[in-house]
Ligand binder design. Structure first.
Ligand SMILES: [Zn+2]
Length: 131
C-alpha cells in the first residue's frame, strides 16, 4: 500500500459540504465500503474507517425525530427540528412554519435557505400534507 492509497479523497470535507450547501443542495457523504450515510462531513467513515467516501445529494425527504421551540428576546421564536432523512442521516434545521409544531414522526420536506446573503445557508423543513 502506498501513501497515495492512504490519502483521503477529500482532505477538507467541510469545505466541500459548505460549497454544495451554498448551491442549495443537501449534501451528505456516502461510504461505498460499508454502504452507509455519513454526516457531518468526515475524512474517514465513522462506521468502518474507510476513506471511500463520496458526495451525494439528499432528495430532501425525511421524518421529524425531535423538535424544540427557541424563543427570541423580541418575542416569538422558531421551531428547530432534528430530521432523519430517508438516506440514513440526521440534520438540524428550522421549521418554515413559525406558528405550529410538527408532530414527531411526521413527514417533512427539506430544503436549503440561501435567501439571506449575510447569513450562513440553513436547512429548513416544511411538513408534507397528507392525502
Ligand atoms: Zn464505512
Amino acid at each position: 500500500m502506498s501513501a497515495a492509497d492512504l490519502a483521503p479523497a477529500e482532505p477538507a470535507p467541510w469545505a466541500g459540504f459548505v460549497r454544495r450547501r451554498g448551491e442549495g443542495r443537501i449534501p451528505f457523504q456516502y461510504c461505498t465500503s460499508c454502504e452507509r450515510a455519513v454526516f457531518y462531513p468526515r475524512v474517514l467513515c465513522p462506521h468502518c474507517g474507510s476513506l471511500e467516501l463520496e458526495w451525494r445529494d439528499s432528495i430532501g425527504a425525511g421524518v421529524v425525530y425531535s423538535q424544540t421551540f427557541l424563543p427570541t428576546r423580541e418575542g416569538g421564536g422558531r421551531y428547530v427540528l432534528l430530521v432523519d432523512f430517508d438516506e440514513g442521516f440526521r440534520v438540524m434545521g428550522s421549521s418554515t412554519d413559525d406558528t405550529g409544531a410538527y408532530a414527531i414522526g411526521s413527514r417533512v420536506r427539506g430544503a436549503v435557505d440561501t435567501s439571506d446573503p449575510e447569513a450562513e445557508p440553513r436547512f429548513v423543513f416544511t411538513e408534507e400534507k397528507q392525502g
